[in-house]
Design a protein around this ligand. Structure first.
Ligand code: PLP
Length: 388
């Protein structure tokens, strides 16, 4: 039986997969089981931030596997302490809770916001405002938080307590931000929603209104965080620091991890026994995370990410089929004039380039370590297909 046959027989078919079996990767290139090579403009989905099997990252992970692969959260490990310290320092937060995915990081943020409010104000102030077209994950709570009707099917009843506001509509926000609200949850750059950057005025209004009423701001930076946009956090572009920021995807270079960062106000909210995760803060994931942090905080690394992003934007803007390019840094959405994004992604695959889509856009999340040569090789394929 072929891999695809075996797969389809035994793995739940909840994804629309391309007929391709990936076998091995190195740097920004990977190979399928037939030996065909691909340039990577997707990084998994923004997870392989240092590319495939980066040597220092792999050494750190393998060495941890051979030292202590797991330990329950009833004991301490040095590697979790070290990663937590470096992550909090780099991001500018007081404390972190570790989970294993973006959805879990957001679950932690939701629980923290509700308990913060309950502890201080009692019952009835549990609503969380999220934005239309947002994406926060696939668990029942994070699906309920996600502001897209297409996700609100089949799995009824969804969780109560989420109110949707139209992104960039300050009046809508003002109307809905009442005494029942404990938090506003935003993505500075809506990733799955089509790589849409929020307006500065809207973000300012969110922080201002929340500040006045002791309502928490939660920034879901699961996709935009950890250097993806050329800043450590996308919030830096707005000059803002949310009370809670969630990270996942690229945080540990391809090992599962989610992190919920909290400021001084929130760090004491989750007390003993109120939250947990068996695998959260797993030593292997923390070792991977440390290797990622070390690289992206090295001198000049993020400036280079910004320069590469400008280069890609410039090249794409010269292409006749490109309507516009949205996003920040190496988190990009390409709006097309006449072609369909899914068709373009399929054709790229045939020609040896991995790209993603987001709504009707072609989405690029290349590894942050990608070289100009690799960008050129990939862009040549993409632009040829777009101009066909
Ligand atoms: C991917 C994503 C999530 C969900 O992360 P998982 O690791 O798949 O649970 C949540 N929020 C945003 C903004 C994302 O891009």
């Amino acid at each position: 039986m072929s891999t695809i046959e075996k797969f389809n027989k035994h793995v739940v078919q909840s994804y629309g997969r391309f007929p391709l079996v990936m076998e091995q990767g190195s740097g920004r290139r990977c190979k399928d089981e037939d030996g065909k090579e691909y340039i990577d403009f997707g990084s998994g989905i923004g997870t392989n931030s240092l590319g495939f099997c980066d040597e220092k990252w792999a050494d750190a992970v393998c060495s941890q596997v051979r030292t202590l692969q797991h330990n329950s959260n009833y004991y301490y490990t040095a590697v979790q302490a070290e990663f937590a310290e470096k992550l909090c320092e780099t991001a500018g937060y007081s404390a972190v809770f570790f989970g294993n995915s973006g959805a879990e990081a957001n679950e932690c943020a939701i629980k923290t916001a509700r308990k913060y409010s309950f502890d201080k104000y009692g019952k009835g102030r549990h609503n969380i405002i999220t934005l239309v077209n947002s994406f926060h994950g696939r668990t029942i709570a994070t699906l309920s938080a996600t502001g897209q009707d297409v996700f609100h099917n089949y799995f009824f009843p969804f969780l109560e307590g989420f109110i949707n506001v139209r992104a960039n509509d300050i009046n809508d926000l003002k109307e809905k931000i009442d005494d029942t609200v404990c938090a506003v949850m935003i993505e500075y750059v809506q990733g799955e929603g089509g790589v849409n950057v929020l307006d500065k005025d809207f973000v300012n209004a969110v922080f201002e209104l929340c500040g006045e009423k002791d309502i928490l701001v939660i920034a879901d930076e699961v996709q935009s965080g950890v250097g993806r946009t050329g800043k450590f956090l996308a919030g830096e572009y707005f000059g803002k620091k949310a009370d809670i920021t969630t990270l996942a995807k690229g945080i540990a270079g391809g090992v599962p991890m989610g992190a919920c960062l909290m400021n001084e106000k929130c760090k004491g909210v989750l007390t003993k026994g109120t939250h947990g995760s068996t695998f959260g803060g797993n030593p292997i994931a923390c070792a991977g995370g440390l290797a990622v942090l070390e690289r992206i905080t090295s001198e000049g690394f993020l400036d280079e990410v910004c320069k590469k992003a400008e280069y890609v934007k410039e090249k794409l803007s010269e292409c006749s089929e490109v309507e516009s390019v949205s996003g920040l840094g190496l988190m990009m959405g390409i709006a097309l004039k006449s072609k369909k994004a899914v068709d373009v992604a399929g054709k790229c695959l045939e020609k040896g380039l991995l790209v993603l889509t987001a709504k009707d856009k072609v989405r690029l999340l290349p590894p942050l370590t990608i070289s100009y040569d690799e960008l050129n090789d990939g862009l040549k394929i993409l632009i040829e297909i777009l101009e066909e």
